[in-house]
Design a protein around this ligand. Sequence first.
Ligand SMILES: [Zn+2]
Length: 304
Amino acid sequence: MPHAEFSLALCSLAFAGGAAFAQAPPQPDFAAVQIKVHQVSGDVYYLEGQGGNVGVLVGDDGVLMIDDQFAPLYEKLVAAIRTISNKPIRMLVNTHIHGDHTGGNENFGKMGIDIVAHDNVRVRLARGVNGGAPSPAVALPVVTFGDTMSLHLNGETLTVGKLPPAHTDGDSYIRFANADVIHAGDVFRTTGYPGVDANNGGTVKGTIEALQALVDLAGPNTKILPGHGVVSTREGVAAFRANTIEAQRRMTELIKQGMTVEQVVAANPTADLATKFATSGPPPDDAATLRFLTGFYNALKSEL
Ligand SMILES: [Zn+2]
């Protein structure tokens, strides 16, 4: 895959636009990536590598995966899954379209694994995301849904449900009823700012609604797996939502005062929120802050 496609595929960069973002990000060194296996609860695990967190449910019926990072990591992901299960991989759910969550679809599709996602994920992947090439048929979801669907595997009941248009217009949560775990996709992350990909149907208003939906779905002991970062809680999502609302309030005020995106970037009105959003890992760097301020500004302006 050529470098340009990686740039487009990187979720955190997918909503960058304009001259300020002309500088290409460093290409991930996939050969150096190591996949770490973390247990979330019971038979639910997640794989940490390069890209979105991969949820894994294991059991006698077979393996279910959620998201698949980048194509070059396919063999490493399979090897990591083999350390926790020797059963066939049967299903793969995509939380949303971005290439750091769906890059492995083609390889896993060729294994005969059924890919499951929201209707809009299939439509957008088939069309090509952010100017990228259309996904081949084998990489597309074969089971799609509009509102919610249930999967029954390994004694577990999973609900795959559509969230309001938040990060994109095809964001799903995956709730494991027995394990009491929710995979939130990129609507929630512990590593940085909320990401609103307005080019792919994301909205700030929907982000706040989607975060509330996650809070409502969760119980006091629910483990919430973000699209990026570490396992969190209902309180963690509620705090992320409160900070998103505060960022929305501050930036809306500046937009109404007539400030341009350049002026808002220079003012950085959410500087004190950066480390409140990023509760794990390093604080957002300047490039991440620039992407956030620009993306959030443009989304909010179109939502006024
Ligand atoms: Zn994403």
